[in-house]
Design a protein around this ligand. Structure first.
Ligand code: AHR
Length: 502
């Protein structure tokens, strides 16, 4: 198969926002407990944070991290998680049918994020709670001192305010599974009230209204239209969530998931801009794609799970998907899709970070390792700087059951005018053959060195595990030539490639 790309630094989509490389830590399974937090672990620091995990999080290069949920947040009382640990209540978590000990809460998370070099993005509970509790947690977190709540934070060992900038107004309130699920009209009203109250405390906050929980929700687009009519003047972002998985052995469609993500984002932009036009507004709302990944959701739904009133487990093994090469290629194509829409998707959170549908896995008391999806994220986060470039890409296509005809090769590039460095991220989603890609780079390569790494395997289902943590890693791709500003590279079937020009 063949593909051709013309690349010109004059044609840009928008700046590479650091916030595109965000992630998500939910009180779910072992994401927090025995994930990022495990007092007694050989690498734990004085706060009980796992040092091996912190190192991997830094290597992954994560910007803002959404916390504490997810579905969890819709039943959460934030004040349970602050103050002396021995006095914190133990609660049932209805979202994941687990036991929540509250040993870890807002102050611990802010401290952990600081150590990880990441920003906190906080979700308030609009499922079982409302405006007052959102104001309370904002006051506790962001007011410097001199009020009962801010002084409590100081007394709890956090003298400086957490100064959280980005706030999510609830989570997936369109989903019937969500505690406190409401109609778009009801949610739009409560979100608008909460947002305007929070802005009375700090007009500079960046606020995210809940969009649909997935593109296939029957209410998708209509939900956004109604919610935005209520909230347009009060918020900066609407959220998008999407997860993909291989179903019924249909690898070809699964590999084309990025095409569906493109369509989802473009429909959402159209919906946002419809409301903008209807309201005669000159303000533009952007997208916070604050949950995205491969997730074997069907497997999770068909698993046998405790759901009775007596079985409440602490840090159970939930949603611990083990990712393959094919998953990493799909994951890479989702990253490409986000970058392609960098003019409107200005924040994104890989869901999630540790153990739960995660790039990083841990064993309690034992090792931590990188899943296959770790690599595309870490490479893009490290190398994508400057501006995202608008590519002229033509590619051979293939047919899929779910998404029709799609390009075999997809790609995106970034260019940093200050350093002259550029990066190209490519996927070959064809399962049956390699692809030869030519890229016209013009003067971009003059005097530069060009290198490439590729993540692939003869077994597309190969993955990393505790026993074989480096079974799948990116390797140098030597099948690359550059002549007169034209680069030629071969991408193996089902592969992710990162090209570095510096
Ligand atoms: O990330 C796992 C779950 O997926 C989140 O809790 C929820 O928001 C979404 O449905």
């Amino acid at each position: 198969a063949h593909a051709h790309i013309d690349l010109d630094p004059r044609f840009t989509i928008g700046p590479v926002q650091r916030r595109l490389f965000g992630s998500f830590v939910e009180h779910l399974g072992r994401c927090v407990y025995t994930g990022i937090y495990e007092p007694g672990h050989p690498t734990a620091d004085e706060d009980g944070f796992r040092g091996d995990v912190l190192e991997l999080v830094k290597e992954l290069g994560v910007s803002a991290i959404r916390y504490p949920g997810g579905n969890f947040v819709s039943g959460y009382r934030w004040e349970d998680g602050v103050g002396p640990k021995e006095e914190r209540p133990r609660r049932v978590d209805l979202a994941w049918h687990s036991l929540e000990t509250n040993e870890f809460g807002l102050d611990e998370f802010a401290r952990w994020a600081d150590k990880a070099g990441s920003e906190v993005m906080y979700a308030v509970n609009l499922g079982t709670r409302g405006v007052q509790e959102a104001l309370d947690v904002l006051e506790y977190s962001n007011i410097k001192e001199g009020t009962t709540l801010s002084d409590q934070r100081v007394a709890n060992g956090a003298p400086e305010p957490h100064n959280i900038r980005m706030w999510c107004l609830g989570n997936e309130m369109d989903g019937p599974w969500q505690l406190g699920h409401v109609s778009a009209d009801d949610y739009g009203k409560i979100a608008a009230k909460t947002a305007s109250a929070m802005r009375q405390m700090d007009p500079t906050l960046e606020l995210v209204a809940c969009g649909s929980s997935k593109p296939i929700m029957p209410t998708f687009a209509e939900w956004e239209r109604v919610v935005l009519h209520h909230t347009y003047q009060h918020v900066d972002y609407i959220s998008a969530h999407a997860y993909y998985e291989e179903l019924d052995g249909d690898l070809d469609s699964f590999l084309a998931s990025g095409a569906n993500m493109d369509e989802f984002i473009e429909s959402l932009v159209a919906t946002i801009d419809h409301v903008k036009a209807a309201l005669k507004s000159d303000k533009t709302i952007n997208i916070s794609f604050d949950e995205w990944n491969v997730w074997y959701n069907k497997r999770w739904h068909t698993e046998d799970k405790p759901r009775n009133a007596t079985d409440w487990h602490y840090a159970p093994r939930l949603l611990e998907d083990q990712y393959s090469v094919a998953d990493a290629v799909v994951f890479g194509s989702l990253l490409i899709s986000l970058l392609k829409h960098a003019d409107r998707v200005t924040s994104a959170s890989l869901a999630q970070l540790v153990n739960v549908i995660a790039p990083i896995m841990t064993e309690p008391g034992g090792a931590a390792w990188r899943q296959t999806i770790f690599y595309p994220f870490a490479e893009a986060s490290r190398l994508a700087t400057g501006e995202v470039l608008r590519l002229n890409l033509s590619s051979d296509t293939y047919e899929t059951e779910k998404y029709g005809t799609v390009n075999r090769v997809d790609a995106i590039a970034t260019h940093d005018a200050e350093t002259g460095a550029a990066a190209v991220f490519l996927v070959n989603r064809g399962a049956d053959e390699s692809a030869t890609v030519t890229i016209d780079l013009g003067a971009l390569v003059d005097g530069k060195s060009v290198t490439a790494t590729t993540l692939t395997d003869d077994d597309v289902y190969a993955s990393n595990s505790l026993e074989a943590p480096e079974r799948v890693v990116p390797r140098a791709n030597e099948e690359l030539t550059v002549e007169d500003g034209r680069l030629t590279i071969t991408l193996p079937a089902v592969s992710w490639t990162t090209l570095t020009i510096s």
